[in-house]
Ligand binder design. Structure first.
Ligand code: CA
Length: 618
C-alpha cells in the first residue's frame, strides 16, 4: 500500500488520536477545494473537528503557504489563512495536522485548474429574460430520491407545505421546453441542503452551504445542469441566502464563536421593515430589530460582522461560481443582512468576476427606498452598495394597479408612468429585475382576475419596458394561486412534471385552448425579444397616458419599437402626431403581435383591451 492510499484510508476513517487533550478528529474542511489562478490569493479554510484546536496544521506544497492560524473559543474549529500563488500547480495539497510534533492526519486539499478566465464570464443582462422555478414543484425526474435516509422530512405530495419530490433531473428533462419558450436565463430557488423537519421544500433554510440537497441531486448534478443550460444558450443564476441559515444547520449546536449568529435573550423576530435601513430618521430600536432579528424561529440570523463568517460567505459564493460555472447570483433578503458586509461581498465577487451579475432581493414599495440598495457613488444617497441589480417591486405593484384600477391622475396606467419617471433614483435602471409575480406573491394570472386580455397587456409591457424581465414557472400556462391562502397555493406542481400526471402541460396536447393561447403569446414575445437590441438596451421614451392608452418607445441606433397599451373595452384609434419626435424618419411598421405590416403610421387602431408592439421601419 502506498502512502497516499494509506492517508486516504486514514482520512476516510476520520482519524482519531487519544491524548490528554482528548480525541482529535476532522469532520469538515470548507471550502472543500479551490482553484489556482484566482485574482485573490487569500483563502481562509474553516476546519471543523473534535479538539482540532490542539493541532498545528502544516503544508509543504510549492506556491501554497499557511500565513496564519486562528483559534476561537470553540476548540473544535481552526481557521487557516492560506496564500495561493497564481503560479501554483493544480494538484492535491496535503494539509497535515500535527499534534506534539507528530503527524496525526492529512486532509487532501484539491487545487483545480480554473474553467475559464474570469473576465470571459458574462452575467445575465437586459438581453435576457429569467425563468424562475421552484425545484420541488417543477418536475420529479427521479422518484428514487424523493426520500433519502437521514433526511428529516419525507415526501408527501398531498401536503401543499410538504416536499413533492421535484429535482434537478426533472429540470434537465424539461430544458428543451424552457429553451423553446424563449427565456434565456434560469433562476432556481435554493437547491442547497435544507435538512429541516418542516417546510424544507422551499430551500431558504440552508443546513449546509456546500452541499446540494440529496433529494434534489448531487453537487455534480447541479454543475451538469448548468452545462446543459449553457449548451442551449441559457444562463444560470444561483439563489443564495446569507441573512440566515436553517435552525438544523450542522453548526448551530456547535457555533465557532458565540457571535456567529445574532443572539437575543428571547426569540426576537425581525420587523421585516426594509425602509428602516435607508431611513435617515430610524430609531436604533427598529434598526437593530430589522438587522439582527431572526427571519423566523427556524432561521437563525447570521452575523456577517464576524470576520470568519464574512470570509466564509464570500468564499462560498466564489466557490459556487467556479464550481458550477454560474452566470449570476440572486441574493435573498438583501436588506436584512449587514449592509457594509453586503457591499464588501458584492465588491469581492465582482473583483473576481467583473462581468457577472448579482441581483439583490429588496422588497420595498417605494422607488427611492429600492434605489438605496442599488447604486454607485455618483448617484447614491448613502453607502455605495456596488450592487448591479435589484428586484423592482415598485414596478410590480404598479403593474397590478395599472390593469386593475380605474384611470386617474396617478392611478391606472399612470401608475406605470410614475414609477418609470422615478428612474432618477437608479444608477442603471436597465438592470432592474422586473416581474409580474414570484414565488412569494399571488400568481400573476390570479392578480389579473383570470382575464386573459389583461394578462397579455401586462406581459407585453413587461417584455418591452426597461429592465430584465422575470417569469415565474407556470405563468405561461395560466397557473393560479393566492398568496394569502398560503405559499403552497402559489407553488403548485407544474402539471405533467410527475410520472402519471393526468395532464402534461409541457406539450400542447396537454394544454387547454386558453393555456395554449397564453403559451403561444408569451413564446412569440420571448423569442422576438431575444434578438431585439432596442428592447435590450434602447432608450425608453414614454408619453403621459391619455384616454386609457399608454404609448412608449424603445430606441437604439436605427432600431425603434413602439408600444401601445389600450385598456379601453372598445377599439381605440390613436392619432400619432404627438409622438412625432419618435416616429420621424419611419414610414411603416410591423406588428410583433400579428406579424402584419402597418402601412400608415399617422393613426393606429388598437383592438379593445390589448397591446400592440410595432417594429418601426424606415
Ligand atoms: Ca425526486
Amino acid at each position: 500500500m502506498n502512502l497516499k492510499k494509506l492517508l486516504l484510508i486514514l482520512f476516510a476513517m476520520m482519524f482519531f488520536i487519544h491524548s490528554q487533550a482528548g480525541d482529535i478528529k476532522i469532520n469538515k474542511v470548507e471550502p472543500p477545494c479551490w482553484w489556482i489562478g484566482m485574482k485573490e490569493g487569500f483563502l481562509q479554510l474553516m476546519v471543523y473537528g473534535d479538539n482540532i484546536t490542539n493541532t498545528e496544521p502544516g503544508i509543504n506544497y510549492a506556491g501554497v503557504t499557511i500565513e496564519q492560524v486562528h483559534r476561537t473559543s470553540n476548540p473544535n474549529y481552526l481557521f487557516i489563512d492560506l496564500n495561493i500563488e497564481k503560479e501554483a500547480a493544480p494538484g492535491v495539497v496535503p494539509l497535515v495536522f500535527n499534534y506534539e510534533g507528530e503527524n496525526i492526519g492529512v486532509y487532501d486539499f484539491q487545487l483545480f485548474k480554473r474553467r475559464k478566465d474570469s473576465e470571459i464570464r458574462k452575467g445575465f443582462s437586459p438581453e435576457d429574460v429569467i425563468y424562475l422555478l421552484m425545484p420541488d414543484r417543477f418536475s420529479n425526474g427521479d422518484i428514487t430520491n424523493d426520500d433519502v435516509n437521514g433526511m428529516l422530512q419525507k415526501s408527501d405530495r398531498s401536503d401543499l407545505n410538504g416536499r413533492h419530490g421535484g429535482d434537478i433531473r426533472g429540470i434537465v428533462y424539461h430544458l428543451d421546453y424552457i429553451h423553446d419558450l424563449g427565456v434565456t436565463t434560469l433562476w432556481v430557488n435554493p437547491l442547497l441542503e435544507n435538512n429541516m423537519p418542516w417546510f424544507s421544500y422551499h430551500g431558504y433554510a440552508i443546513t449546509d452551504f456546500y452541499k446540494v440537497d440529496p433529494r434534489f441531486g448531487t453537487n455534480q448534478d447541479y454543475a451538469d445542469l448548468v452545462q446543459a443550460c449553457h449548451q442551449r444558450g441559457i444562463k444560470v443564476i444561483m439563489d443564495m441566502v446569507f441573512n440566515h441559515c436553517g435552525s438544523y444547520h450542522w453548526w448551530i449546536n456547535e457555533l465557532p464563536e458565540e457571535n456567529w449568529i445574532n443572539q437575543w435573550p428571547v426569540f426576537t423576530r425581525t420587523n421585516y421593515r426594509n425602509p428602516v435601513i435607508p431611513d435617515p430618521h430610524s430609531s436604533q430600536y427598529d434598526f437593530q430589530k430589522m438587522q439582527k432579528g431572526w427571519f423566523d424561529i427556524t432561521m437563525p440570523d447570521l452575523n456577517q460582522h464576524n470576520p470568519y463568517l464574512a470570509n466564509y460567505l464570500v468564499q462560498n459564493s466564489i466557490w459556487w461560481i467556479e464550481y458550477a460555472d454560474l452566470d449570476g447570483i440572486r441574493m435573498d433578503t438583501y436588506p436584512y443582512a449587514f449592509q457594509d458586509f453586503m457591499a464588501t461581498w458584492v465588491q469581492k465577487v465582482l473583483d473576481e468576476y467583473p462581468n457577472i451579475n448579482i441581483v439583490g432581493e429588496a422588497w420595498l414599495q417605494k422607488e427611492s427606498l429600492t434605489g438605496y440598495f442599488k447604486g454607485d457613488p455618483k448617484s447614491r444617497l448613502g453607502l455605495n452598495t456596488h450592487l448591479p441589480s435589484v428586484t423592482d417591486f415598485p414596478l410590480y405593484f404598479a403593474l397590478s394597479k395599472a390593469l386593475n384600477e380605474e384611470e386617474s391622475w396617478t392611478g391606472g396606467l399612470n401608475s406605470l408612468y410614475y414609477v418609470l419617471a422615478q428612474d432618477i433614483v437608479y444608477h442603471d435602471p436597465l438592470y432592474n429585475v422586473i416581474f409580474p409575480d414570484n414565488h412569494d406573491l399571488t400568481r400573476y394570472y390570479t392578480s389579473m382576475q383570470e382575464d386573459l386580455d389583461k394578462y397579455k397587456i401586462g406581459l407585453a409591457f413587461l417584455l418591452t419596458t426597461r429592465g430584465i424581465p422575470m417569469i415565474y414557472y407556470g405563468t405561461e400556462i395560466l397557473m393560479t394561486g393566492e398568496e394569502n391562502k398560503g405559499h403552497g397555493f402559489i407553488r403548485k406542481d407544474f402539471p405533467g412534471g410527475w410520472p402519471g400526471d393526468p395532464l402534461d402541460a409541457f406539450v400542447s396536447t396537454g394544454r387547454s385552448p386558453q393555456q395554449e393561447e397564453a403559451y403561444q403569446y408569451i413564446k412569440n414575445l420571448l423569442n422576438w425579444r431575444k434578438e431585439n437590441k432596442a428592447i435590450h438596451n434602447g432608450k425608453l421614451i414614454q408619453f403621459i397616458p391619455e384616454n386609457g392608452t399608454y404609448v412608449y418607445f424603445r430606441t437604439h441606433g436605427d432600431e425603434s419599437v413602439m408600444v401601445i397599451l389600450n385598456k379601453n373595452i372598445t377599439e381605440k384609434t390613436v392619432e400619432t402626431a404627438r409622438f412625432m419626435e419618435c416616429l420621424e424618419g419611419f414610414s411603416r411598421g410591423k406588428s410583433v403581435i400579428t406579424g402584419d405590416v402597418i402601412q400608415n403610421l399617422s393613426s393606429l387602431t388598437i383592438p379593445a383591451m390589448s397591446a400592440e408592439i410595432i417594429e418601426l421601419i424606415k
